[in-house]
Design a protein around this ligand. Structure first.
Ligand SMILES: NC(=O)C1=CN([C@@H]2O[C@H](COP(=O)(O)OP(=O)(O)OC[C@H]3O[C@@H](n4cnc5c(N)ncnc54)[C@H](OP(=O)(O)O)[C@@H]3O)[C@@H](O)[C@H]2O)C=CC1
Ligand SMILES: O=C1O[C@H](COP(=O)(O)O)[C@@H](O)[C@H](O)[C@H]1O
Length: 578
């Protein structure tokens, strides 16, 4: 397709939500997936012109490949009125000296800049208490920037151009002076343009409200939009989460708050809805009639080293299950939304969450890793971390059985398993189907028919893949069946590098697309499922089952699954060499 045919009118992009404070002339449809699709195509086309390769369309656009001609107005990308004179976006990373900012946020912003996905006029500010000059911030950032795709042309130049747009302001988090000085500098950079401001709160949660209070009062945009990305944890339970929401809403409207769950920005999680709603073969099977159980599995092969102070106050259920895995579950189980608009999708997710049973203590297993020596190397236990309080019973592993009490999912166990310091790093969604009734080939399968049921696996990471386990005839004159995989391995199918979740989410926040951010009623519903059991675990001081660092976790997880006649899919040997 000729590049000219895909050009668009940039004035329709980067506009605010109508209900946001100070939103200029924004209309809801500006932020529709239709627009997002266009923007994605545009930054990929720009990327193509810089590296000469055609992007993989199916891999990159998420929602659809079709760009209707009526919305392409033929103007060259980047020279419409808004980009020419009109608007600018300032992105302030609050907590710029911290781990997340260095590891994820600045690199994601650079990747977006490299792919020409950021607006033409933008600046990046770091804000934290540490004293730093602009130059020192740039040095700090430059240590973590990489050209994601090797041998890209001009990467060094692009890095330099990006760094020249990065500035720093030191200040206290509850200080009016710090934010007033930031505001002054922002205005200087914004001169003459419609100012839009995005604040990324990459700071410990106890200072969220201070920062929002000061920044919103003193450093909000006077005429454009002002948005805040808030990092988890969003409280520790229903009460504290509600309190946080109420405090934030003293200063911000819900439309200004972008609660991030970076798992929603992962490619395979985005693809979950595409797989389900755009393939006839899956949706009809997506219910209790055909699905026996669903498994959501997260494991890391490292412990909490260095983060013990944070982790001990939360534990694995709050760190992974209540947010990342539950969000995936909601997307997996929701009814077909009216459209791909954020509110339609979030409406369906919240219905699932509100239909879920509160988790019961007997449906939970908790574990904690202990020190282990393997191959002459010693791995420390969780409790050996000097930042972890002595005698801590905080779980570093948990398994749970959850249920959705609605017509579609009645009686289907949704099993979750999450753990640190396990034998592998992996995140996956496993769907185990029911057995074939009256299977003609049952004699060829053996006595355990459940072992021969179909299983659909979406491997979120690493090595993104979707595969379906089927029964197949082994070639030959006899009639022997085996288990084989219909396999979509992303690295083989798509040559394009998969963007980091933070890139997708930052870009969405800049564009006012809320689909992948958590709405406050979703958050309330999510906490309602977990709060009672978290309280009971703490009140009863339930001792976690110890498991060795690098193992497969507590055996209790298998008993829990067995209670529901389920085998964890990740322990079977028939995944082939996937
Ligand atoms: N790191 C990660 O991988 C992940 C982090 N998160 C969340 O992102 C946010 C930031 O995480 P991360 O970067 O690891 O956090 P850090 O502990 O690195 O803190 C970020 C910055 O905040 C300031 N800070 C730290 N502690 C305090 C304190 N007690 N009082 C005031 N300021 C403080 C420091 O800056 P200075 O001293 O210069 O002011 C620090 O550089 C947190 O909410 C975290 O839960 C979420 C997912 C993953
Ligand atoms: O939110 C969190 O996520 C990370 C895992 O993220 P991933 O993208 O690397 O899979 C986890 O290590 C951390 O404990 C948790 O807070």
């Amino acid at each position: 397709m000729a590049a000219a045919a895909l050009r668009f009118h940039p004035a329709t992009f980067f506009s605010a939500h109508p209900r946001e404070a100070g939103a200029p002339k924004c209309l809801l449809h500006h932020c529709s997936p239709h627009r997002i699709l266009l923007r994605r195509r545009t930054c990929l086309l720009r990327a193509r012109s810089s590296n000469g390769r055609l992007p993989q369309i199916g891999a990159s656009f998420g929602n659809s490949n079709v760009v209707p001609a009526e919305v392409l107005d033929g103007r060259p990308a980047g020279d419409g009125p808004l980009e020419q004179g009109g608007s600018t976006v300032s992105i302030t990373v609050v907590g710029a000296s911290g781990d997340l900012a260095k590891k994820k946020i600045f690199p994601a912003l650079f990747a977006l800049f490299y792919e020409d996905c950021l607006p033409e006029h933008f600046t990046v500010f770091g804000y934290a208490r540490s004293k730093m000059s602009d130059e020192e911030l740039r040095n700090m950032i430059s240590m973590t920037l990489t050209c994601r795709i090797d041998k890209r042309e001009n990467c060094g130049d692009k890095m330099e151009q990006f760094l020249q747009r990065c500035f720093y302001q030191s200040g206290q988090y509850n200080s009016e002076e710090g934010f007033a000085e930031l505001d002054r500098k922002l205005k200087e950079k914004e001169a003459g343009k419609l100012p839009n401001r995005l604040f990324y709160l990459s700071i410990p949660p106890n200072i969220f409200v201070d920062v929002v209070g000061s920044a919103s009062r003193i450093a909000s945009s006077s005429s454009g939009w002002t948005r805040f990305i808030v990092e988890k944890p969003f409280g520790r339970d229903s009460g504290s989460s509600g309190e946080l929401t109420r405090s934030l809403k003293k200063y911000l409207s819900e439309e200004q708050i972008f609660r991030i769950d970076h798992y929603l920005g992962k490619e395979l999680v985005e693809n979950l809805s595409v797989l389900r709603f755009s393939n006839l073969v899956f949706e009809p099977l997506w219910s209790r009639d055909y699905i026996r159980n669903v498994q959501l599995i997260f494991s890391e092969d490292f412990g909490t080293e260095g983060r013990g102070g944070y982790f001990d106050n939360y534990g694995i259920i709050r760190d992974i299950m209540q947010n990342h895995l539950l969000q995936i579950l909601a997307l997996f189980a929701m009814e077909t939304p009216v459209s791909l608009d954020a509110e339609d999708i979030r409406n369906e997710k919240v219905k699932v969450l509100r239909s879920m049973r509160q988790l019961k203590l007997e449906d939970v297993v908790v574990g904690q890793y202990k020190g282990h020596t393997r191959g002459g190397k010693s791995f420390p236990g969780y409790a050996d971390d000097p930042t972890v309080p002595k005698g801590s019973i905080t779980p570093t592993f948990a398994a749970a059985a959850l249920f959705i009490d609605n017509a579609r999912w009645d009686g289907v166990p949704f099993l979750m398993k999450a753990g640190k310091a396990l034998h592998t790093r992996r995140a996956e969604i496993r769907v185990q189907f029911r057995r074939v009734p009256g299977n003609l080939y049952r004699r060829n399968i053996g006595t355990d028919l459940d072992k021969a049921t179909n299983e659909l696996v979406l491997r979120v990471q690493p090595d993104e893949a979707i595969y379906l386990k089927i029964n197949n005839k082994v070639p030959g004159l006899g009639m022997r069946l085996d288990r084989s995989n219909l396999n979509l391995l992303y690295s083989e199918r798509y040559r394009r590098e998969i963007p980091d979740a933070y890139e997708r989410l930052l870009l969405d926040a800049i564009e006012g697309e809320r689909r992948l951010f958590i709405r406050s009623d979703e958050l309330d519903a999510a906490w309602a499922i977990f709060t009672p059991v978290l309280r009971e675990l703490e009140d009863k001081r339930v001792a976690p089952e110890l498991y060795p660092y690098g193992s497969r976790g507590p055996v209790g997880a298998h008993y829990l699954a067995a209670n529901y006649n389920v085998r964890w899919g990740d322990i079977t040997s028939d995944d082939g060499n996937l």
